[in-house]
Design a protein around this ligand. Sequence first.
Ligand code: NI
Length: 242
Amino acid sequence: MALRSTKQAATKIIDTTGNLVLSPPYGGFGFYHNHGPRTERKVALTFDDGPNKPSTEMLLDTLGELGVPATFFCLGIQAQFHPDLITRIDTEGHVIGNHSMRHARKDTLMLRGGQHIDECADVLAQLLGRRPRLYRPPWGWLTPWEGSRLIQRGYAIIGWDVYTLDWKLPEVDGRVLADGMYRDTKPGSIILLHDSNGIRPESQKVQMTHAVRHLVPRLQAEGYTFVTVPELLNMPAYIPLL
Ligand code: NI
């Protein structure tokens, strides 16, 4: 038991340090786009770790009803499980970005490598007919060498400046999540949410979808427009396949 608690304490220190040094808004070593221009009331919703069922389906229904586009940072492994959802996200006018093959923190911390980036790119390119240009590192952990790997491959590296606890289980109430995001949103904000939960795939993300329903009309009432990340940052979303 003592060994276990020591191990847990060590993991906590590593996580806390990693989040402080490597994650937005502090980390990134200059590689990250954490928000768009602060001069216009445009914001981008982003959803990580999917696609999954039924969470992504429920979210897509909601976004369709609200009439707002979003950006999905998909895992290669989830895209392999649910190729129909990759097609649906794309045809419904949302943008797809790369979130690595398996969400393995170790891959992104290695000095050499990059397979986790390329494997996911290949899966998505096969389904989309073009390669996503946006990349968001798992956990937001970005080392200088991972940043260089991504730039060499032509990626734009996307962080966030609005963050909430939608990944917690049991799920935090949607109104509470929406209140926090509403408070933190500024012109140009990139809002981070999750349409899947890798640890507990049975999570339906019901409260996260409720939060989106609450948040979108409140921000629209204040003159905010919802756009995709490439629109917010005025950059191409995809690279054509050769
Ligand atoms: Ni993630």
